[in-house]
Design a protein around this ligand. Structure first.
Ligand code: TMP
Length: 214
């Protein structure tokens, strides 16, 4: 038996965490076994790496250290959580995965497709999601949501990646849309400016037919 692997992607503040939660609740209510996780993170080692990657104090981090830390967190995640859970027949839902490396470190930091492919192969042995939901919102809108959320939660503002310039985030968004065009069967683009419930219904229409097919 092999479970499903579903990932969520999008620019900062696109609303993917809300949609992950709604999808998990709906699938569990329908009787499926679901494991929700995130990247960077999802394991104790990955969560430690996440703190290093996102800390605004680590502004000096070079892009080579950055991509390798994301890859290290992913390697541990795949080995410790994603493959074992899938082998049990569980549906694994991850808030971000390798498309984020292609968009952020590839398009925005300038790593080549060959470098990305080598890192992906080493970290995951080429594990691809069965389906990816890409939630598309205007970059400025997403960043405004992130800032508001951090004020509401009493934090100080943007993390290290969120604090990048608008052009960086525009490059990330363009890369995500290009990836979706190149992988139309796997990556499903949702208009993130619709209501939360409308987006959820559209996600259910994509995911439900996949459940029970593997
Ligand atoms: P999150 O805030 O959505 O959890 O994502 C953490 C940040 O890390 C976000 O700015 C996107 C970035 N990121 C990368 O740059 N490369 C990656 O491979 C992943 C998984 C995330």
């Amino acid at each position: 038996m092999s479970g499903l692997f579903i990932t969520f992607e999008g620019v900062e503040g696109c609303g993917k965490s809300t949609q992950v939660r709604l999808l998990v609740d709906a699938l569990e209510a329908a009787g499926h076994s679901v494991h929700v996780t995130r990247e960077p993170g999802g394991t104790p080692i990955g969560e430690d790496i996440r703190s290093i990657l996102l800390s605004p104090a680590n502004k000096v981090m070079c892009k080579e250290a950055e991509i390798l830390l994301y890859a290290a967190a992913r390697a541990q995640h795949v080995a410790e959580v994603i493959r074992p859970k899938m082998a049990e027949g569980t549906i694994v839902i991850s808030d971000r995965y390798a498309d984020a490396t292609a968009a952020y470190q590839g398009a925005a930091r300038g790593f080549s497709p060959e470098q990305l492919a080598a890192v992906h192969k080493l970290a995951t042995n080429d594990l691809q999601p069965d389906a990816t939901i890409l939630i598309d919102v205007p970059v400025a809108k997403g960043l405004a949501r992130v800032l508001q959320r951090s004020i509401d939660e009493g934090r100080r503002g943007y993390d290290r990646l969120e604090a990048e310039a608008l052009e960086f985030h525009e490059a990330v968004q363009a890369a995500y849309l290009k990836l979706a065009k190149a992988n139309p069967k796997r990556i499903h683009v949702m208009d993130g400016m619709q209501s939360i419930d409308d987006i959820h219904q559209q996600i259910m229409a994509v995911i439900l037919p996949l459940c029970g097919t593997k």
